[in-house]
Design a protein around this ligand. Structure first.
Ligand SMILES: [Zn+2]
Length: 329
């Protein structure tokens, strides 16, 4: 099989031989990340966050990140000030202090947040969907459609906490989160659902194939049906689905701009892997034309702490919340 024709982790089997390479490259990535923090020889501007707080400003390029401060409750906050204010800290101390004081007072706004089951798995576990905010631009994100790729779940939970605490990120946005779309697979530690079907091949895409592994019919599986119904109900402007272990930002449909932005804010490169039959990317991205990102975390993501994952990949997810598809005014 030509691996370039394969999308998402289905090609794990065919690329298992390269697992050692991936692990080795991850070690290199860790070194590279360290070099980022040390100002090492790299042209990439991305660097991991020092704490688990993220910026809440939209224009990251024009800001300077200060070291996290601890607030009275012991929580750390990352403060952002415009570059012009920070170039000479000594000369602008009073102005900066005033700016920080202003920033340190969070704007308390009520953010609507509704958590509901939108279906049940084969083994009757609830599939939970959380809607946060009430804006017109809808961003759908989901994780663990493959049960042995659940590292995205704590990332989405952290994202939920982050946008609730930084509600300005949700201006005009409804964020729809499905942190565990294959709960039976997560429970068993397997890629498939309890009937052995790959849910990411069960969507009614034009390239779908019927089989026992992909489901005898499109949407034969309740978990895929739940996702399908959420897409129909919420009409997302773009979709991000979290997988492992191919460590790249893959995309289907008109999502190259979003993939690029996300890649610029994490260590993962953009890679167009190709559309798999009946995958969510094929259905939502190609058949429906909704920009769809397959965010492939690295092989060892499951062994990393939620805080570590958030520092490395949280900003990319925040950017996906802020991004507006170019066709949308
Ligand atoms: Zn996967």
């Amino acid at each position: 099989m030509n691996s370039r024709e394969s999308a998402d982790c289905q090609i794990v089997e065919s690329r298992r031989g390269s697992a050692a390479l991936l692990a080795a490259s991850l070690s290199l990535a860790a070194v590279a990340a360290f070099l980022f923090t040390m100002g090492g020889p790299t042209t990439r501007s991305w660097r991991p966050l020092q704490k688990d707080g993220l910026s809440s400003t939209r224009n990251l390029e024009s800001t300077t990140q200060l070291k996290p401060n601890a607030d009275a409750s012991g929580n750390s906050t990352t403060l952002q000030v415009p570059m012009g204010d920070a170039t000479d800290l000594s000369a602008t101390d009073s102005k900066l202090t005033a700016h920080i004081a202003e920033k340190a007072e969070p704007v308390v706004r009520n953010v609507s947040s509704l958590k509901t089951p939108v279906g049940h798995s084969v083994e009757e576990r609830p599939i939970v969907c959380r809607r946060i905010g009430d804006g017109e631009y809808v961003v759908l994100m989901m994780a663990a459609i493959h049960g042995n790729e659940a590292a995205g779940t704590p990332l989405l939970n952290n994202l939920a906490e982050h946008v609730v605490a930084n509600s300005e990120l949700l201006d005009g946005v409804t964020l729809v989160l499905m942190p565990v779309v294959n709960p039976d697979g997560v429970e068993s530690g397997k890629r498939y659902n309890a009937r052995g079907v790959d849910l990411n091949r069960n969507f009614p895409a034009e390239n779908r194939q019927n089989s026992s592994r992909y489901g005898l019919n499109a949407l034969s599986e309740p978990e895929a049906l739940a996702i399908y119904q959420v897409i129909n109900d919420t009409l997302p402007n773009h979709i991000v689905t979290l997988h492992e272990p191919l460590q790249c930002v893959d995309y289907d449909g008109p999502a190259k701009d979003l993939a690029t932005v996300m890649s610029e804010h994490c260590p993962l490169p953009v890679e167009k892997l190709g559309s798999r039959p009946g995958s969510l990317g094929s259905y939502a991205g190609v058949t429906l034309g909704i920009p769809t990102i397959t965010f492939e975390l690295p092989p060892n993501a499951a062994t990393q702490s939620p805080g570590f994952l958030w520092r490395f990949y949280g900003e990319a997810l925040v950017q996906a919340v802020l991004h507006r598809h170019s066709a949308i005014k």
